[in-house]
Ligand binder design. Sequence first.
Ligand SMILES: Nc1ncnc2c1ncn2[C@@H]1O[C@H](COP(=O)(O)OP(=O)(O)OP(=O)(O)O)[C@@H](O)[C@H]1O
Ligand SMILES: [Mg+2]
Length: 259
Amino acid sequence: MNLLSIRNLTVYFYLHCKDRVVKALDGVDFDAEKGKITALIGGSGSGKSVLSRSVLGLIDKPGMIKSGEIRFNGVDLRTLQEKELLKIRGRNIAMIFQEPINAMNPVVKVKRHFYEVLGRCAKMGSKKEMRNLCIQTLSRMSIRNAEEVFEKYPFELSGGMCQRVMIAMGLLAIPELLIADEPTSALDLTTQAVILKELNKVRDEGVSIILITHDLGVVAHMADDLYVIKDGRIVEHGSVFNVFKKPEHEYTKQLLQSV
Ligand SMILES: Nc1ncnc2c1ncn2[C@@H]1O[C@H](COP(=O)(O)OP(=O)(O)OP(=O)(O)O)[C@@H](O)[C@H]1O
Ligand SMILES: [Mg+2]
């Protein structure tokens, strides 16, 4: 069953001069099945981040969703009020942004961000229980000084640390769907392996994942289904096994040949 089902999604960006329109997404269909990892690959500027941000209604001016349906558990998220969408964000759908530093308020401590997530998903225990859960989740991301990091401001963290904090924050709520946009791009290989293992683990626990990555090795190892996007259009999709074995589209063949 599809947890997320996107139909005919079209997103435009209107640049300074009104006559310059970037068609970031052009009639995209995309499904993410329950309990699976669905990978999205494509070149830089192909529309991967725009697709992921659209799901949570995070397209701002000069961008605009022109048309399409984004059904989550059967409900079209585009028809929801901002208030209802906020409830789903963080509790049912968590997002790891490509630039995590921009996704957290740099002058609000990590712990405040975490407590807010827990508050939103009504997972409030005693202060001590909440703190323990947060520290534990941070430690799972291979953060050794988790207690220190918990007390810091995002601007005090390195890019890689920020990325791991963001992933921990995403997993805190045990969402139904986790959208991870290049979640390990700023990490060294060892840390990357730890994080990917954790993502695999949460998938086994029932969290569905949309994984945006440039790394076809990661796709081969982890993902169940695969979508290939080029210039705002899905050019190929199927099970990872089938697409890797017999790519149909010229662009997919090129991608596969380049590794
Ligand atoms: N805020 C914006 N203003 C104008 N154009 C934008 C904006 N955000 C995205 N775009 C355009 O939309 C298109 C898709 O961008 P997107 O960020 O989704 O690419 P991407 O596939 O995530 O690339 P990358 O692999 O580099 O992260 C690009 O042409 C980009 O220039
Ligand atoms: Mg991107």
